[in-house]
Design a protein around this ligand. Structure first.
Ligand code: DAH
Length: 342
């Protein structure tokens, strides 16, 4: 072994290594460099292993040179480290990089809030399929094939015969639950719904609803009113006023629309409430006897109420969101704005 030559080669390694590191722009290249020179089987490790065989006269000098080269390469690597451990001369008072830990989607936040209000009152939580049959979406809800009310719920059909479709509301879950359960019970159902609506600031062909159903032997309209007033005030604040207006749904009789005093102007009139001071947020009513008959209940002994509402609309009112399309765009700037809320 020509030990003098090895000694000479150290200077060459020093130069080559420096040039290669300078050219390594990406973290991956830097890592390859580290493995090549400082790794467990790298150039320096090989030289150190060789030391053992050096003649005693050469050993101290060679050892010193190899060590100094190793230290030099380590320093080079540390100096050019883009991130990582604090280095000499690094300013530790510099503000740290903010890391976004993630958050629930605004719609999920509002859904959970709404559902929890009912869970605290003893309601069970159910879901149903997005793909429904004509029977569950319409027929069993007292909307036979030629019923004009079907026009309000035009949808996407999944077969030529129009027997399979995307559900237009969560009301079919009422039927599915009643088919399986015996009264008394109280449930809510949440999920995705679909309508043949063009996408604009307040309509979306895909949206979400929450449905409620309470069935028993002496369920009254005044209980429905009390429950929904409580719900609205939990959601929008105790000063919220709640108004019931007569309405029509095929699956309830009597039916009502519920409006709350405008959350923006507190009822004095603004653009959000169309200067009326009121916002319509849900539909409800006493379950129609025909609906009970469809699931085999006796309408003479069983009574109940139901309600349904759009979740996007409630989330928009809670947070002052002007356009329903924001929920669908996956724009992190929108989602992050609500990361601090629940
Ligand atoms: N399904 C209705 C809709 O999509 C909302 C609704 C109204 C649900 C009255 C109900 C109800 O359960 O009783 O517009």
């Amino acid at each position: 072994m020509d030990w003098e030559k090895i000694l000479d080669s150290l200077a060459q390694i020093r130069e080559e290594a420096a040039a290669e590191l300078a050219a390594a722009r990406q973290e991956q290249q830097r890592e390859l460099w580290r493995v090549k020179y400082l790794g467990r089987r790298g150039r320096l490790a090989q030289l150190t292993a060789l030391l053992a065989e050096a003649p005693p006269a050469m050993k101290p000098r060679l050892g010193q040179e190899v060590n100094s080269l190793k230290q030099h390469l380590l320093n080079l690597f540390q100096e050019r480290r883009p991130t990582g451990r604090p280095e000499k001369g690094q300013n530790l008072s510099f503000p740290g990089k903010e890391i976004f830990p993630g958050c629930l989607h605004p719609l999920t936040q509002t859904t959970r809030l709404m559902v929890n209000i009912f869970v605290r009152m003893g309601f069970g939580v159910y879901t149903g399929p997005d793909m429904e049959t004509d029977y569950y979406n319409f027929e069993a809800l007292n909307m036979p094939a030629d019923h004009p009310a079907r026009d309000m719920w035009d949808t996407f059909y999944l077969n030529e015969q129009h027997t399979r479709l995307l559900r237009t509301h969560t009301s079919p879950v009422q039927i599915r639950v009643m088919e399986k359960m015996k009264p008394p019970f109280r449930i809510v159902a949440v999920g995705r719904c679909f309508r043949r609506d063009p996408l604009d600031a307040s309509h979306s062909p895909v949206f979400h609803q929450m449905e409620g159903l309470m069935v028993g032997s002496d369920i009254s309209f005044s209980q429905l009113k009390g429950l929904l007033i409580y719900f609205c005030q939990e959601l929008f604040g105790s000063e919220t006023r709640v108004k019931f207006l007569p309405s029509y749904f095929p699956f309830t009789e009597p039916s009502a629309e519920v409006s709350i005093s405008c959350v923006i102007c507190k009822g004095t009139g603004c653009a959000t409430c169309g200067r009326t001071g009121w916002l319509e947020i849900l539909g409800c009513g006493m379950v129609h006897p025909r609906v009970f008959r469809a699931v085999g209940y006796d309408p003479e002994t069983v009574t109940g109420f139901a309600f349904g509402m759009g979740i996007e609309r409630i989330a928009m009112l809670r947070h002052g969101i002007a356009d329903i399309r924001f929920f669908l765009q996956n724009d992190l700037r929108f989602i992050r704005q609500l990361s601090g809320s629940r």
